[in-house]
Design a protein around this ligand. Structure first.
Ligand code: UDX
Length: 441
């Protein structure tokens, strides 16, 4: 099929390349000329495993192209919209400027029967608001949320856990137009659908809510275990063992029970805030009031990491050399948006510590945002003469491959703070380190 993808950021670029890789003819469209120039040359604009390969392949096959010209969308049967919905400046609500602009920009190039498939994460009610504009052109709007995780984006796009299509509905059932739109989307995702991936057809509001409630649930799981970490900290309990034990209950499950410095990134923090703001607008603020608490618990974990460093360094980090391992909001990513790791580094620097930060992928991005910090791409150089080491992103480089004996041969101090509970405390202690975990004795 011929597809267009409007917005070539994280979501859009991956979606365009992934759709080409399953055989579609795809044009990716974005207003950012530099991004389009890079993508057209087959260069991934950010670090994402597997993306480079499918970009190169797609372009070489002639099925994938990129342009800044919206007119190139003409002739595509399905137009995906994957632009950003950032947190509004000075508020919690989502900024929908880019979504509105993308839809309006597409309108002149839509033909009768085209499908416009929104993928961006939007406040519930957005699709219903936009649908009449699309209908006026004889096209149909569907909302088809994206659940990709950074670091697994290609795999999550090609082989998702589930597909959700919010279509025009009446009294809880798809209209004939809605049925047709769902059928076309099934065709787009044919390889996945044929494999038995659940394909859920629903109304706009449910589709929009599936996305934000999934993220709210994940954030809740993380803050729940971090709340238990806070209790563990005053009782001498070990939150890691606790998570293992409760995680054996299949109703709870062990995933997303990793206590540490909490969640960050371009999605979870802003999505739960936008959800709160939207619920307030709908007069149901109290229904998701707990999300404010989830956010607060999450932010407190960063304070805790700084507090641990201060305690470990005899009450002050001032003028102490601290090796900060990690800047990305999670491993396998160069993304530093709302990164707890970087925030902890900046706070330590603010308290007068001599911070040297290393990361396998995110140094350039971090340096651009926080030029005041010292960066070193070399792990050994970062560790050399450090008074304390703090791990804030659980890259394999630190978790698996950094031996405590080797670290001890470089550092001056013997204090290690494990902000992600990803190190083996026994091994570090055996090598002479004083180990501090998050919610661990
Ligand atoms: C998330 C959702 O997982 C994805 O489905 C959605 O489409 C977009 O938002 P992503 O932002 O890529 O994806 O990251 P994710 O893997 O969910 O991690 C989010 C944050 O939570 C990271 O900062 C991570 O370090 C943290 N986290 C995750 C924990 O602190 N503990 C855990 O147990 C798991």
């Amino acid at each position: 099929m011929r597809l267009s993808v409007v917005g070539c950021g994280y979501l859009g670029a991956v979606h365009a390349a992934a759709m080409a890789s399953i055989g579609h003819e795809v044009v990716g469209i974005d207003v950012d000329e530099r991004k389009i120039a890079a993508l057209s040359k087959g260069e991934a604009p950010f670090f994402e495993p597997g993306l480079q390969e499918i970009l190169t392949e797609g372009i070489a096959s002639g099925r994938l192209s990129f342009t800044t010209d919206m007119a190139a969308a003409q002739g595509a049967a399905v137009h995906f919209v994957g632009v950003g919905t950032p947190q509004q400046a000075g508020g919690y609500a989502a900024d929908l400027t880019y979504v509105d602009a993308a839809i309006d920009g597409l309108l002149p190039f839509l033909a009768e029967g085209d499908i416009v498939a929104g993928k961006s994460t939007v406040p519930v009610g957005t699709a219903a608001r936009l649908a009449p504009r699309v209908s006026e052109r004889g096209a149909t709007l569907v909302w088809n949320p994206e659940f990709l995780r950074e670091g697994w984006a290609v795999q999550d796009t090609i082989d998702p856990d589930r597909l959700v299509a919010g279509v025009p509905s009446d009294d809880g059932a798809p209209t004939a137009e809605g049925e047709r739109a769902a059928e076309i989307l099934r065709e787009v995702y044919h390889p996945s659908v044929a494999k038995g991936t659940p394909f859920i057809v629903t109304d706009y509001a449910t589709a929009e809510l599936v996305k934000v409630s999934a993220n709210a649930f994940l954030a809740t799981k993380i803050s729940f275990i971090n709340a238990m970490a806070e209790i563990a900290e005053v009782t001498g309990a070990d939150v890691t063992t606790l998570a293992d034990a409760i995680g054996h209950d299949a109703r709870i499950g062990r995933r997303f029970l990793g206590a540490g410095i909490g969640f960050g990134g371009g999605c979870l923090p802003k999505d739960i805030r936008a959800f709160s703001a939207r619920a307030e607008e709908l007069g149901r603020g109290e229904s998701v009031a707990f999300l404010r608490e989830i956010d607060a618990i999450n932010l407190r974990r960063r304070d805790r990491a700084v507090e641990l460093a201060t305690t470990a360094l005899d009450g002050s980090v001032f003028d102490k050399k601290i090796a900060v391992l990690g800047a990305a909001f999670k491993p396998h990513s160069d993304d530093i948006r709302d990164s707890p790791a970087l925030d902890v580094a900046v706070r330590l620097h603010g308290l007068g510590a001599r911070v040297t930060l290393t990361d396998p992928a995110a140094i350039d991005n971090a340096r651009r945002l926080h030029p005041q910090l010292t960066y070193d791409s070399d792990l050994d150089a970062t560790l050399r003469d450090a008074d304390a080491v703090i791990v804030v992103t659980e890259w394999d480089e630190y978790r698996r491959h950094l031996s405590p004996e080797h670290a001890a041969s470089l550092a001056r101090g013997r204090v290690v703070i494990d902000g992600r509970n990803c190190l083996d405390p026994a091994a570090w202690r055996a090598a002479g380190w004083t180990y501090y975990g998050m919610g661990r004795p």
